[in-house]
Design a protein around this ligand. Sequence first.
Ligand code: CDP
Length: 222
Amino acid sequence: MAPPPFIIVAIDGGAASGKSSSSRTLSDRFNLLHVDTGSFYRAITAEMLRQGVRADDHRRLPPALAALRLTTRLAGRSAEMEINGRVAGDEIRSREVNEHVSHYAAVPELRAALLAYQRGLADFGRQHGFRGLVMEGRDIGSAIFPNADCRFFLHADPGERERRRAGQGLHDQIRERDRIDSSRKTSPLTCPPGATSIDTTHVSLEQVVELMAAAVAAKLIP
Ligand code: CDP
């Protein structure tokens, strides 16, 4: 008998659009490896800030990135990225990282390094017995897995998203990050053709998840 299919679910969207909550719920419900790619960009940003290498330092940044050893460890159902053997802590949600992450994320060498790393997580998921993976980010359905089995693009009114972030007690620069993320040359934040676009402004998380879950279930049980 053929092995069951390993499915790829891509969830993209701007800050506080509902990606994390929906992808974690799908991960639990269908035994999918959960991958939060924003945490990868944040962790590398924190590391470069620690090393004092700026996003616009075209001379020092590429070798500093090339020297990072990226590996993976499993925490529950989530893939955590280790940089030189260590998983980043709460500093990746700091005001400083919020301010800088989109500038680092616009650097093509950084995106190229993470592209290969992120694609490799499909094998990691297979090896650990998952039925698939659900990856959240900005360019998953457009650049990382353009042939994913399910591709969703979440969006919501910016005022509503700011309220959600403030409700989490976090100071964030949602509009500014969205502006930079949407206008960069390499893999900008955009709804790729063929993806299912969902406006989450007035829809409950449960409703969003049910819509996604129906599409995922259809791929798992052909
Ligand atoms: O959850 P939130 O929207 O606050 O942000 P995040 O998903 O943690 O991502 C932080 C930043 O990483 C984004 O603003 C982007 O600049 C960058 N990012 C990206 O460029 N591509 C991805 N696939 C994921 C994140």
